[in-house]
Structures are given as structure tokens and as C-alpha cells.
Ligand binder design. Structure first.
Ligand code: ADP
Ligand code: MG
Length: 396
């Protein structure tokens, strides 16, 4: 099936061409050390393929929030050596604004990181002058940074209209996975939505009830829904001012034929600390001084059965306060069920969200999911059904 966007396969002969590749190199650092190189590794397929085909690879990326001003602490020169180690080939760093000769000197197969795009005020404003300055550097444009695609910036959106534009391999994999999960999924589809608060995921919930067959609600946000149904949630994290909104979401689900699954048993404690005294109770038996910190084993078992009957799963948000044992139990158990079903070939499983990725890694199953997105904001906006400007600009 042909894709609605062009990929590296559509670029033709790139030998000697200058290819501007938008990547996400915004890695966490402690002093001079990159503490998590996941984002650097994600660029490998695209950068390696283009360089091996003889392109001159010019990488555009942002780093931190310099707010349109040059700032040495946020120079991409700081990631150059770590990036070189990940790519296993020399990487030049070019402060191109002050070093036009540096770009001109590059040869076929060379890879260069260009200075932080956000050192230019026009990057975030997506102004035509800034787009033109980038255009002057290259012949072709590749966007490989899904995680930055929810922003309409010069390097993520403007350039796609100004040069022949293609999706990189990481972008392509992300878009393919998201299409399989929510765009055009095999039904029945289940969504797991957890995490701390309803308020941060209202638009996600509102969109999902129109798209999925089963909406599984866990985490702190389940407490707000339980409260809306008249459950006394004690001292649990709960947005009491949003119970009306929770009711509206439940009604919308009803109208759309989406079955909402709330936990009927929960794990409670009087103190939120590692390994406190806990009780596993029916949701109607939470005491006034107790907090719900995880969903219970009976609920997890029932949810496992729901997943067994589904073909597609999209997951954002842990089911409990998974950082604090034993409140990781439900998240780990359901994640393992989803992983096993995926490995059996009966489920397509796509997950995303900062804490969700951490929880799946903690459960040891991230590699067994069909796709795990490390894009935070962009993944959530996609779950809200919003058009991402950086993606829309690639659609032909
Ligand atoms: P993501 O980053 O994957 O989108 P969120 O940031 O929305 O996820 O939510 C993750 C947080 O929710 C975790 O820190 C977790 O401890 C918290 N959480 C989950 N369930 C509960 C609960 N019952 N009570 C308090 N916090 C919870
Ligand atoms: Mg989070």
C-alpha cells in the first residue's frame, strides 16, 4: 500500500546532494555526559542510509530553550562526540551562520550537525526569512523528528514546503505504527489511559471514546471517574471539580458504543511510601483515610481478558503509582499480558508517554510491544486526534 508521504525510497540518487535532516538531538546531559542516548540512536537508520548513499548529511536540531538567542550552554557542539560514538563515524559540528566555508567544505558521505536551530528567533516563529536561510544550505529536506512534529517551526514545518520533503526512517516507522493503532486499526481496539490526572488528558479521553471499542481507565484519573459514579475515594488523588466532565465522557462513550472499564478492586494504603501496609478492596470499601494507589488483581485479570479479545491496543499512562512498590503490580501484569499477546501475533500494541515508556521498561516488555513511542507531547497530541503540523506538511 502506498503511503501518503514520501520516504527515503522516493529520493532518487542523493549522491553529492546536500540533505537537510531534521532530527531530535535534545538529549539530557549531566555536565559533558549524555545521560540517555535513545534519541541519538533513533537517528541511526536515516543518517546512516543517507551517508552510505553518498549524500552530504546536514543535521538540523534544537537543543534546550535558548529563546532565539545564541547560548554556548545550549550549543549542539556539546553532543557532537557522543553522537559520533553512536553513529560510529566522524561527525562535524558547524556553526554555519559564522562558518559558511564549513558547510561548503563537506564531501559526499559526510555528516555534520548544524548549530541549534533555536538560536534563531525565526525558527519558532516559522518566519519566511529563517526558512530561506535553511533552504540556502540544502537541496532536499528530510524530517525524521516525530517528537518535534507538533510544533510548526521553520525546521519542522516551513522547510517541508520550501524543499522537496521526505519522511526519515524513524518518522516513517512512527507514522506507520500510529496509523495501525488509531488511524486505520484492526478492531476491536482497546485503549489504556492511566496516569495521574484527568485534567492533563481530557482531550485524549474525548477523542478515544469515538475511536476505540474498549476504554480502560486506570491510575489516579480512574479515581475521578469512580467519584463521578458515587464511589468514596477517601484521600486518593482525585479531581473532584472534574466529576461532571468525567460523567460527560462516560455519556459520550455510551453514545459511541465504547465500553469503559473502571477498576472494581483497588490497592489502598494510608501512607504513600515504598512498601507500606496495603489492603486490596472493592472500590466501595475504601476507608476515609486511605488512598487508592493501584488497581486490583481482579480488575487486572478482567482487563487481560478484554485484551485477549482485541486486535489492537494503544496505551498511555500507568495504571498505578508504579515508581513506588508494590503499586507497580497492575501496570507490570497488564503490560506482560499485552506483550505476550503481541508476541503471539494476536495484538498490535502501541504505547507512548514519558512515564509509560519508563513503566514498560520497568516491566521489561518495551521490546515486545509492536511500537513504543518516545515522543511525549507529539504522541499525546496525536492521541487527541490533532493534526501535527510537521506531519501534515509531509503529506502529499
Ligand atoms: P505519561 O507520562 O506516560 O503520559 P502521566 O504523566 O500522565 O503518564 O502519569 C504518570 C504518573 O501517574 C506517575 O508518576 C504515577 O505515579 C502517577 N499515578 C498513577 N496512578 C496513580 C495513583 N493511583 N495515585 C497517584 N499517582 C498515580
Ligand atoms: Mg508524565
Amino acid at each position: 500500500m502506498s503511503k501518503p508521504f514520501k520516504t527515503l525510497d522516493d529520493m532518487g540518487d542523493v549522491r553529492g546532494k546536500r540533505v537537510l535532516v531534521r532530527e531530535d538531538l535534545n538529549v539530557p546531559m549531566d555536565g559533558d555526559t549524555v545521560t540517555d542516548d535513545t534519541r541519538l540512536r533513533a537517528t541511526l537508520p536515516t543518517v546512516t542510509e543517507l551517508a552510505d548513499k553518498g549524500a552530504i548529511v546536514l543535521i538540523l536540531a534544537h537543543f534546550g530553550r535558548p529563546k532565539g538567542q545564541p547560548n554556548p550552554g545550549m550549543s549542539l557542539s556539546r553532543v557532537r562526540s557522543a553522537y559520533e560514538a553512536v553513529l560510529g563515524r566522524p561527525v562535524a559540528y558547524i556553526d554555519w551562520e559564522n562558518d559558511a566555508a564549513g558547510v561548503a567544505a563537506l564531501r559526499e558521505g559526510d555528516v555534520a550537525v548544524l548549530e541549534n536551530t533555536r538560536f534563531f528567533g525565526g525558527e519558532e516563529k516559522n518566519d519566511a526569512a529563517t526558512v530561506e536561510r535553511f533552504v540556502a544550505l540544502g537541496d532536499l529536506y528530510v524530517n525524521d523528528a516525530f517528537s518535534a512534529a507538533h510544533r510548526a517551526h521553520a525546521s519542522t514545518e516551513g522547510l517541508a514546503h520550501a524543499l522537496p520533503a521526505f519522511a526519515g526512517r524513524a518518522m516513517e516507522a512512527e507514522l506507520d505504527a500510529l496509523e495501525k493503532a488509531l488511524g486505520n486499526p484492526e478492531h476491536p481496539v482497546a485503549a489504556v489511559v492511566g496516569g495521574a490526572k484527568v485534567s492533563s488528558k481530557l482531550d485524549v479521553l474525548k477523542h478515544l471514546v469515538t475511536r476505540v471499542d474498549h476504554l480502560i481507565i486506570g491510575g489516579g484519573m480512574a479515581n475521578t471517574f469512580l467519584a463521578a459514579r458515587g464511589v468514596n475515594v477517601g484521600k486518593s488523588l482525585c479531581e473532584h471539580d472534574l466529576t461532571g466532565t468525567a460523567d460527560d465522557i462516560l455519556d459520550a462513550a455510551d453514545r459511541a458504543g465504547c465500553t469503559v472499564h473502571l477498576p472494581y478492586d483497588v490497592v489502598v494504603a494510608k501512607a504513600f511510601k515504598p512498601n507500606p501496609e496495603t489492603r486490596t478492596v472493592n472500590v466501595h470499601e475504601v476507608a476515609a483515610e486511605e488512598m487508592i494507589l493501584d488497581i486490583g488483581p481482579a480488575a487486572v485479570e478482567a482487563l487481560g481478558d478484554v485484551l485477549k479479545n482485541c486486535r489492537t491496543l494503544v496505551w498511555n499512562g500507568p495504571l498505578g503509582a508504579f515508581e513506588t512498590p508494590p503499586f507497580d503490580a497492575a501496570t507490570v501484569a497488564l503490560a506482560k499480558t499485552a506483550a505476550a499477546l503481541t508476541e503471539d501475533g494476536s495484538l498490535v500494541s502501541v504505547a507512548g508517554g514519558g512515564d509509560t515508556v519508563a513503566a514498560l521498561n520497568h516491566a521489561g516488555v518495551a521490546d515486545s510491544f509492536t511500537f513504543v513511542s518516545t515522543a511525549g507531547g507529539a504522541f499525546l497530541e496525536w492521541m487527541e486526534g490533532r493534526e501535527l503540523p510537521g506531519v501534515a506538511a509531509l503529506i502529499t
